[in-house]
Design a binder for this molecule. Structure first.
Ligand code: NAX
Length: 326
């Protein structure tokens, strides 16, 4: 049996984590042969609820779950952590401007970045979920100079999975035949869901659906799916977001399938003309615990323009929070 790894999770008493933690403990994220220690962080008022989550985790008697630590001290939660799942964030309150949300949540991520920098395993792999996810990841990265920026990522896998479902529904084909879906850009409504390189049962998706559907129906449907779930459910996507985190980490750590890729918001190396250093969603393949951006894809003028719009939004978000990093 392998040695247990330490998985730190923030916002652990919240909605997403109520689905996420049980799946990590059952081995769905890191493999059925990988024992885990969960190190769970919450704000002080949520510790009682967090204790209840711990009781339920223990009551599942998961063979891979070696320990559960509950704390309101980030230095305890991230001590020697091998993985960091950054779910905790403040929701947007009534009358709150997007810039205020950016600043409030940015502060959480600058503080956590400094602590992680000091106490975590320096090779910690991080997935930021709390919104605005890409910019929070950027702020964390800027406050954690000891970490390799390639190890700080943000979640766009839920958007990727939403896109697969929309294409499956449109073509009447099974989801497992859909390969090479792409989400470019920010995890926001400027994201660019792109089927130009996607295949369905080995056939080019672009030949199966018309461009007007792809650009005018599919793209906004995927980009606004989060809002659609909120209006139906009264709260934001939780189980599907947790599933996205499981998929994101599983692909990163255990690799992507031959002949396929996934979408991850990662440290831009300037590929596709995107500013270097932004946390931007790209198609990536993963092997041996590392990701590689898929290069050489030909993009239409329409997609390039949309990619640039999403890049501009990320630059603006970063500039709004520039006081949170040197
Ligand atoms: P909840 O409000 O249910 O849970 C968030 C939890 O974080 C709360 O329990 C809160 O006490 C805790 N928290 C707040 N500040 C904290 C801090 N400084 N340290 C530790 N914990 C802290 O929200 P939930 O539905 O779980 O969503 C969490 C975040 O995910 C939100 O920011 C949400 O916008 C974001 N999402 C991101 C998605 C993505 O694809 N990237 C999709 C789903 C979701 O919208």
């Amino acid at each position: 049996m392998k040695q247990p790894v330490r998985v730190a999770v923030t916002g652990a008493a919240g909605q997403i984590c109520y689905s996420l933690l049980f799946r990590i403990a059952s081995g769905e994220m890191l493999g059925k042969d990988q024992p885990v220690i969960l190190q769970l962080l919450e704000i002080t008022p949520a510790l009682k609820v967090l204790e209840a989550v711990k009781m339920e985790l223990n009551d599942c008697a998961f063979p891979l779950l070696h320990d559960v630590v509950c704390t309101d001290d980030a230095a305890v939660a991230f001590k020697d952590a091998d993985y960091g799942l950054m779910v905790g964030a403040k929701p947007r309150g009534p009358g709150m401007e997007r810039a205020d949300l950016l600043k409030d949540n940015g502060k959480i991520f600058s503080t956590l970045g400094k602590i992680i920098n000091d106490v975590a395993n320096p090779a910690i792999k991080i997935c930021v979920v709390g919104n605005p996810a890409n910019t929070n990841a950027y702020i964390l990265m800027k406050n954690a100079p000891n970490l390799n920026p390639r190890n700080i990522t943000a979640l766009t896998r839920l958007d990727h999975n939403r896109a697969i479902y929309q294409l499956a529904e449109k073509t009447g084909k099974a989801m497992n035949g859909i390969k090479k879906m792409t989400i470019w850009g920010n995890h926001s409504t400027t994201q660019v869901p792109d089927i130009a390189h996607t295949s369905v049962d080995g056939e080019a998706a672009a030949g199966m659906v018309d461009t007007a559907w792809a650009n005018e129906a599919f793209m906004p449907k995927v980009a606004k799916r989060g809002a659609e779930v909120i209006s139906a459910r009264g709260s934001s996507s939780a189980a599907s977001a947790a599933n996205g985190v499981i998929d994101h980490m599983n692909s990163w750590v255990l690799g992507t399938e031959e002949g396929d890729w996934v979408s991850m918001a990662v440290f831009s190396d300037g590929s596709y003309g995107i500013e270097e250093g932004l946390i931007y969603s790209y198609p990536v393949t993963c092997k041996d615990g590392d990701w590689t951006i898929v290069t050489g894809l030909e993009n239409s003028d329409f997609i390039v323009q949309k990619m640039k719009e999403s890049e501009k939004e990320l630059q603006e978000e970063r500039d709004t929070c520039s006081d949170l990093f040197a």
